[in-house]
Design a protein around this ligand. Sequence first.
Ligand code: PHE
Ligand code: ZN
Length: 872
Amino acid sequence: MTSLQPVRLRDYTPPTHLVDALELTFDLGDAYTEVRSRFRVRANVPPGEDPQPLRLHGRHLELQSLHVDGAPVSGDAYLEDPEGLTLLALPAEATIEIVTVIHPQENTALDGLYRSGGLFCTQCEPEGFRRITYFPDRPDVMTTYTVTLIADPEPYPVLLANGNRVDHGERADGRHWATWHDPHPKPTYLFALVAGDLHLHEERYTTRSGRDIQLHLYVEHANAGKTAHAMRSLRKAMAWDEDTYGLEYDLDTYMIVAVDDFNMGAMENKGLNIFNTVCVLADETISTDGDFETVEAVVAHEYFHNWTGNRVTCRDWFQLSLKEGLTVFREQQFCADMGSPAVKRIQDTRLLRSIQFPEDDGPMAHPVRPESYLEISNFYTATVYDKGAEVIRMYHTLLGEDGFRRGMDLYFQRHDGQAVTCEDFLAAMADANHVDLDQFSRWYTQAGTPVVQAGGRYDASTRRYHLQLSQHTPARPGQTHALPLHLPVRLGLLTGDGQPLPLRLPGETGQAPLERVVALRDASMELVFEDIPEAPVPSLLRDFSAPAVLDYAHSEDELLTLLAHDTDPVNRWDAGQRLLLNTLLASVESGQPPELSEPLREAVHHVLSGWRTDPAFVAEVLTLPSEDYIAEQQVVADIDGIHTAREALRNRFGSSFADAWRTIHDQCDPHAPGVNGASARRLRNLALSYLGAAGPQGAELAMRQYHAATHMSDRLAALEVLIEHGGSTADRLVAAFHDQWRHEPLVINKWLRLQATATGRNALERVRALTAHPGFDIRNPNRVRALLGAFSQSNPVGFHRTDGAGYRLLADYVVELNAMNPQMAARLVLPLTRWRRLDPRRAGHMFEQLERIGNTPKLSKDLQEVITKSLA
Ligand code: PHE
Ligand code: ZN
C-alpha cells in the first residue's frame, strides 16, 4: 500500500472562489454522456488582493474543452492531475465553460452519474459530483443550478432535476429536453438528476401557511402499487415538522424517485430525493412490519434534511454530524410520536449499544466530529449518525423541550442559507438559553464510550441516601487522556417493593420530584437524598439519558424490582436484559445450561401476563440479548459457547412458558379492534419463535402459520422457524418461496438473508452456493448486504468457523468489490477488523485476510484507510 495524506480538520481554509450560478447540460446517450457546464466565479479575497489559483475537482472525466471568458485556455494556464484541474491565472471574476464526457453505463461504483436498471440517476454525497464535471466539489461552495437534460423520449420519457421545471421541448432530431431551475443555492452534494420511464404517484399537500405543494413519487412501473405507505409517511412528516418546529417545505414540488441500485438508504437531494427501493416501496404481501417502519422513518429523515442539512448545510465533511446527528434525532422524535415512544427508545438504545459501542471500541473509533480522514465515505457511521443523535438528545435533555426549540429557532435565524459547523449549532443552543456549553463540546471531539460508575450508601440513622457518580472514558487510538464530559443522568429511586421515592436534596422544601436530571460534569460527584425511609433501588441513566455504559452492581433483587416497577420503560426493559444477560454469561462461563432462577421465572410470567396492554413492549423485554451483544461483554468472545448458551435459553424459554406462548399465539390478534397490528404480530411471532425453539410442535404451528399467512411478517417468521428445524420440508419451502417471489427483488433480499443467517454446520457452503444463484448479483448493494453482509454480521457461528473459511469467503468478495464499488467493499470488510476480540486462532485467520486484502493491487483509498487502521 502506498501511503496517502489524510485530510485534516485543522487544515480547513475558506474557498478561494465563490460561484454565482451554474448551468449544466446533460446529453444522455447510450454510449456516453456529454456534460456542458458554465459558471461564473468570483475570487473570495479582500479587494486589492491577488486571486489565488482555482481548484476544480474531477475524477475519471474526459475533458473535451475548457474556456475562460469565451476563450480556450492554453495548456500552461492550468495543471491537470488525476483528482482535478487547477486554473492558475484567473481574473478576479470569470466565466468558465467546460465540456466533459463520462460513461454512466460503466459506473459500477454507484457514485456520480450511473445507471440503475433502465434509469439514469445520480448520487453526489459526499464527493460524487467530481465524477460528473470539474467543479469546486466542497459543501461550502453554494450556488444556484439551472440544469437541462436531453435524451431519447422513448426510453426516457421522464426527465428530472432539482427545483422547478421551467421549460421543455422536442428537438428536430427527435430527442426531447427539459430545463430545471433550483432557486435555493446549494452545495454540489445536493445536486440530482433522473431520466427514465417511471410511474408517477401524485398527490397534493397544503402547508400550514396555505401553500400548495405537489408530491411526486416516481417508481418503475412494476412497483406502481407499492407507493401508498411512503406517500402517507411523507405527508405525516411534513405536518409533523410544521407542528413541532414550525418548519414548512420551501419549493412547489417534492419529488422522490426509487432506484434498486443504491449504496445507502436514501439521499436528501434538494427537492429530488433518490431512494433505495428498500426504503420506499412497501405493501403487505412483500413487506414486513419492520419494512413499513423503515420506510416511514427514512422518508421522514430525508424530508427533515430539507431544513437540517439543505437550508443549513455543513461547512466541510468533518461537520457531517451537524446534519446527520440532528436529522436522526428529529427522525427519532417523529417515530416516537407516530408510534410507541418507549419501544422506539428501546430500539435506539439497542442499536447504539450493539453497533455504535463496538465501533467506538474498535480500530475505526472516531469522535462524532472526526479530525482526519483518508476517505470521507468511510465516516457515514453509527458514531456520526447515532451517537451524533444522542448528542443532540442530550442538549434536549439538559435544556428541556422549550429550551431546545429556542436553540433550534436561533440556529435557523442565524444560519439559514449558510454552510456551518458543529460549534455554530452549539453556540445557538447556548446563546438561546444563556447557558455555558463549553464543556459539552467535548462530546464532539472525544472518541470512545464513557463509563458511568455508580455506588450507593444508605444511612438509616440520618435517613439519607448517598449516591456516588463518576465517569471515565477508556483510552482510544490517538486519545490517551479523555476529559470529563457534561453528561446528563436521569434518575429515580424506588423502594424495595417498587414505590417511587421523592428526591429531596439537602435544604429543599416543598414537594420533591420523583425524577431528576443531574448534570455529571466532574470526574465524580456525590448526591445526597433526604427523608429516604429504606435502602432504595436506584434507577439510573433513565431513558438512556447519555450514550454511556452504566457500571452499577445491581443485585438480582434490585433488577427484579426495576423490571416489575420502574416507571421508566427503558430501564424496565434494561433490567430484564441485564437479568437475561447475567443468566447467559453465567452459563457461558460455567459451560452448564442456563439456569432460570425461580424469581426470574416468576418475573417472566408476570411480564407475559401483561401482554394485552402493550404487546410490542413485552416482545422487547422478552427478546434475548443478541449473540453479538453477549460477546461484547467478554474480553475474548466465546463464539460457540455463547451460541450454545443462548440456544439453550431459547429452548428453556419456549418450554417453561409454553402455555403462555400458546395463548399469545392463539389470542394475540393483529386484526382485533383497537389493536396495533404490527405490535401484535411482533409478539405473536416471538411466541412462535420460542415455541419453535422448544420442539416439533412449534414447527407444526409454524407450518400452519406459513400457509395461512397474508402478511409478509407472518410468512417470514414461520419460514425462519421451519428453516431452523431443517430437513427436506424446509428445503422445499425455501425453493418454493423463491419461485413465488423471483420477480420481487425486495423479497429476494429477504430470501437471501434468511439463508445467510440460518445456523447449522453447512452455513458457509450454503452462502457460497448462493453467490452463484441468479438471484444474487455482486453489483447490487442490496443483494450484497442481504447475503454477505448478513452472513458476516448475523451468523456468528457460520462466519467465525475456526478454519477461517468464513473470513476467506468475505475477503474474496471484498477484493472483488474493491475495483467495482469501493464504498461497498470498505463497509463489507468491517467484521474482519474486530480480530482483537477473538481467540488467537480466529484472530490469526482474520489478520491473514486483512493482510491479503491490503496487498491487493490498486487498493482503493476507502479500503486502505480501514485496513491500515485495523492492522495498526
Ligand atoms: N445523506 C444520506 C442520509 O443520511 C445518506 C447518504 C450518504 C446517501 C452518502 C448516499 C451517500 O440521509
Ligand atoms: Zn441523513
